[in-house]
Design a protein around this ligand. Structure first.
Ligand code: GTP
Length: 358
């Protein structure tokens, strides 16, 4: 199928509550991930597949997307925006972009999934089967935490099943769909609709041609802090593919404007953003550091997110935490295991020894 005759629709309207406080002011798809807004990696993959027209289905903090990406021409894309007055859910968000679609085929992406799937491959399946909807299905080791989607030997989807302890298949819905434009028109307009719970089951009941494209490509839902951290590190290390880092993958990805002192260790897919200063003897392990952060000598940070403008004092130890924008953590503190520090909070020197087990 000629990818230039396909619209890409990206759902980016969610509130990202599981990533608070990072998402208080920034929508989840705009959070820096390996030094680029997460969505930019997906847009680069869309462009690399030959698709040029992209519609962003926005709601929460809609203006942030347009301020950054504009009309998309810097990326060689043609980006349009649709804003929901109130969030319409995944199906409502897809229906709401209908008037912007230019072609008969729309590829819909969940804007917070990091995926290595073969976009051309799923388009080929859609064309070959002459499907109404083709969905990307992923084979996982443990499907119990997901809704699962069994298919027949021909790839036809048989059912959409809710989470269960005893799933009949290890194929899960990976959150990327190809729709015939006419199917999108049939989704009810102007109200909240879930594609997963309403649209897809109804299509099956009506006997529509719904097919699965099954693979076991890289896949991660970036909705929770631990996944966000690991996903970012996987991009840095080249485990999750991004055209933005081609030829630049490795143990760490550092913005050229950052200052890294001697004897600093940057490991396991750490990324360091613009204007950040990292002083002597600091060790960063699998950590996402946003812009304008200062980390004083001897600090050790592992598997954490350090948001913009944060100050970390000397010899402080942080593991598995989220430090919100502009927070200041004094010297010789110890923050462990899932702690979230809210934006602007100031903790004095030796002021915090925290772990849920303490
Ligand atoms: P949580 O609040 O942490 O669950 O995150 P979320 O609000 O982003 O929800 P979820 O992860 O289930 O959303 C999946 C994808 O759909 C994300 O890319 C969201 O941005 C997007 N999305 C969720 N709800 C809406 C909506 O009402 N409208 C639009 N346009 N997109 C949505």
């Amino acid at each position: 199928m000629d990818a230039q005759l396909v619209d890409a629709v990206v759902l980016v309207g969610g509130r990202g509550t599981r990533l608070r406080p990072l998402t208080n002011n920034t929508p989840k798809p705009m959070l820096p991930t390996a030094n680029f807004p997460f969505l930019q990696h997906l847009l680069a993959r869309i462009k690399a597949a030959g698709i040029e027209h992209v519609v962003l289905s926005t709601s929460f903090k809609a203006e942030v997307f347009e301020q950054y990406f504009g009309d998309g021409s810097d990326m060689g894309l043609d980006i349009e925006y649709v804003v929901e007055e109130s969030a319409l859910g995944t199906g409502g968000g897809i229906r709401n972009v209908y008037d912007k679609l230019r072609y008969d085929t729309a590829m819909v992406f969940n804007g917070d999934v990091l995926s290595g799937m073969d976009l051309a491959g799923i388009l080929e399946t859609h064309e070959h089967k002459n499907a109404d909807v083709t969905m990307h299905l992923l084979k996982v080791v443990d499907p119990r935490a997901f809704g699962c989607v069994p298919t027949d030997p021909d790839g036809r989807v048989l059912a959409f099943l809710e989470k269960t302890d005893d799933p009949p298949t290890n194929q899960i819905n990976a959150g990327c769909y190809i729709f015939k434009r006419s199917v999108i028109e049939q989704i009810p307009a102007g109200r909240v609709v879930s594609v997963e719970r309403e649209t897809f089951p109804q299509l099956l009941e009506e006997g529509a041609q719904v097919f699965g494209h099954v693979d076991n490509s890289y896949w991660r839902d970036m909705g929770k802090p631990a996944d966000f951290i690991h996903g970012s590190a996987d991009i840095v290390r080249g485990i999750a593919p991004s055209p933005l880092l081609e030829g630049k993958t490795g143990e760490a990805f550092v913005d050229p404007s950052a200052g890294i002192a001697d004897g600093v260790l940057l490991l396991s897919g750490t990324s360091v953003g613009r204007g950040t200063e990292i002083r002597a003897g600091v060790r960063l392990d699998g950590t996402v550091v946003f812009d304008g952060v200062t980390i004083e000598p001897g600090a050790e940070i592992k598997d954490s997110i350090i948001a913009s403008g944060v100050h970390i004092g000397a010899n402080t130890r942080i593991s598995g935490c989220v430090i919100g924008e502009g927070a200041s953590i004094g010297a010789r503190c110890e923050l462990l295991d899932g702690l979230r520090i809210f934006p602007g909070v100031a903790i004095p020197d030796s002021g915090l020894r925290f772990s849920p087990d303490a």
